[in-house]
Design a protein around this ligand. Structure first.
Ligand SMILES: [Fe+2]
Ligand SMILES: [Fe+2]
Length: 309
């Protein structure tokens, strides 16, 4: 597609300036020689939903928040693999054009590489204080390859969705929860600082790409987006099962069949809330998506999401 889309260079320049202003270092600014403390919650209740597990003690709920908090870091490390690859690809389109846009996307990619390093560190640091046997058996490159086979529009919509819910999670749940591990909180404070710029770029790149699509291409891209959400759900189902099993094995008592099933169902509900519905219901996401698609396409997406509730 060769549609000429006017680039708003100033918007990209502002992102570059903001990115430079918040630049941080994993050791000097985030970790600062600390380690994880098992006496504190990791993921806040608003995301983990553990308060719904009324049969668990407070200590058991805290352990559930720690298991989910470790997976939370690992899921970002996973999705950032395809996000970096896609944004490098679309950034290349600016390489002989607008240099502010190019710089903004180079910085975006650099930041996502740093985030992946940070989340690997966090997984290892949590592993050092948590019982053995935790698994996050997802091949990052295989997932990224499968995602990148889909249309760029669908991958950019999924990326916008993720980076919007990152902000929402931090502001609504992580920042206000005084009972969280300070280190966990700082990891997602610094991550959030970068994501505030990323979400601006996601929207700019998505709209630039959307303007170049034909109606039939966009219609196929809507199907690709639906397929990507289903693939995300497949990963969440497997991880919820693994994490609930790990929780049951290390919570300190034997859970009855019914209680173990309730824990597994709650973990899946929480993961779907964290990675699908908190983004899909985000007002900014809904507004941007609605501005690009027809009513019928919106209904197709809503019907696909309804199957996951
Ligand atoms: Fe990130
Ligand atoms: Fe990001």
């Amino acid at each position: 597609m060769n549609a000429i889309v006017q680039i708003d260079s100033d918007k990209y320049a502002r992102v570059v300036k903001a990115s430079k202003a918040v630049r941080w270092d994993i050791d000097d600014d985030v970790i600062k020689g600390r380690s994880f403390d098992r006496s504190k919650k990791y993921l806040p209740d608003g995301l983990s939903l553990v308060q719904e597990l009324t049969t668990l003690s407070d200590v058991e709920k805290r352990f559930a928040s720690q298991v989910q908090g470790r997976t939370y870091a690992n899921v970002f490390g996973l999705v950032e693999r395809f996000i970096t690859a896609k944004l490098l690809e679309v950034g290349h389109e600016h390489s002989l054009g607008d240099q502010n846009a190019l710089e903004a996307l180079v910085r975006f990619s650099d930041e996502e590489l740093k985030h992946q390093t940070l989340f690997r560190r966090i997984n290892d640091m949590m592993g050092a204080v948590m019982p053995g046997g935790y698994r996050f058996d997802v091949d990052h490159d295989a997932v990224a390859r499968a995602v990148l086979e889909k249309s760029t529009w669908a991958v950019l919509v999924l990326t916008l969705h993720i980076e919007l819910f990152v902000q929402h999670h931090y502001r609504q749940s992580i920042e206000p929860d005084a009972a969280l591990s300070e280190l966990f909180k700082d990891v997602f404070l610094f991550h959030w600082k970068d994501e505030c710029q990323h979400v601006v770029l996601d929207e700019l790149e998505l709209k630039r790409h959307d303007a170049a699509l034909s109606e039939s291409e966009r219609d196929r891209a809507v199907d690709d987006f639906i397929a990507l959400v289903a693939a995300v759900d497949g990963i969440l189902q497997a991880q919820a099962k693994a994490d609930a099993g790990y929780f049951a094995a290390h919570c300190g008592r034997t859970l009855g069949r019914q209680e173990a099933d309730s824990v597994a169902a709650l973990f899946l509900k929480a993961y779907r809330w964290q990675y699908i519905f908190s983004g899909a219901t985000h007002p900014r996401f809904q507004a941007i998506l609605k501005s690009m698609i027809t009513e019928a396409q919106g209904k197709r997406i809503a019907a696909a999401l309804a199957t996951l509730e």
